[in-house]
Ligand binder design. Structure first.
Ligand code: ZN
Length: 65
């Protein structure tokens, strides 16, 4: 029985859940599920705006930190 080591999990900046699979944008972690959502929300304007706003806030906070 294999248990995933908590140290390999990172908190996703969008859903705020700890996941072991994902990508890094602006050195922040986005889980695989959220990344797939972003990729597939091009036609959903409101959802897309939500993700873009989140990412812009992160990039801005990096600039001023
Ligand atoms: Zn997520």
């Amino acid at each position: 029985m294999s248990k995933i080591d908590e140290r390999y999990k990172e908190a996703c900046i969008i859903c705020e859940e700890k996941k072991e699979r994902g990508i890094h944008i602006f050195s922040e972690f986005i889980c695989w599920e959220c990344e797939q959502n972003i990729v597939h929300t091009e036609t959903d304007e409101n959802k897309y705006r939500y993700y873009v706003d989140k990412l812009q806030k992160i990039s801005q906070s990096k600039l001023y930190s």
